[in-house]
Write a protein that binds this ligand. Sequence first.
Ligand code: ZN
Length: 218
Amino acid sequence: MLARPLPVMHLPSETVESLVEQLSKLPTVGRKTAQRLAAFILKMPREEVVEIARAMVAAKDRVKTCSVCFNVTDNDPCPVCQSERRDRSVICVVEEPSDVIALERTGEFRGLYHVLGGVISPLDGVGPDDLHISALVGRVAGSKATPPDGEEMPTPVEEVILAMNPNVEGDTTSYYVGQMLAPFGVTVTRIARGLPIGGDLEFADEATLSRALEGRAG
Ligand code: ZN
């Protein structure tokens, strides 16, 4: 009996295969992109590859969450929460740390932030208690309370700007947060709808974001 000729095949590298598999865990990276990235990594100088890998691990090990605003930071509280130059009477509420970066890029906003860590989404099993909403209420309430003897009077929060993304979950979350803040006598505004519907704050250009901030409405 004649042995059938083996089909011509490329000998796969298990190491490359595992790199492709790891890279495709990242958002927006499909298998094809992962293969392209892996091929690129193989051609890069070794030092550069080590730098990327080190930066990833360092970010994971060293980055903390600010205990006041829940933004990512190397130091707790974060530089924004610690800054003397920020307007402490205004808090801008966003979904994710990437939204803070987008708003900071506009250079328009001088207040403080509060990162919710997502939006209310019953379909994904995310309820109000999974987000940093009660911490926000605590911040607003705390700013208006009389401090214990000997402690400095904090700047009362006058305005809370809701900058959730313009979609169903963003609207639901804004409504809920607005209701929770209602008893505390703060002006609750929402950034204007200059943003494309369903568009991510994170991807809006600076001019659009600036206009949205200026045109906010109660
Ligand atoms: Zn902070």
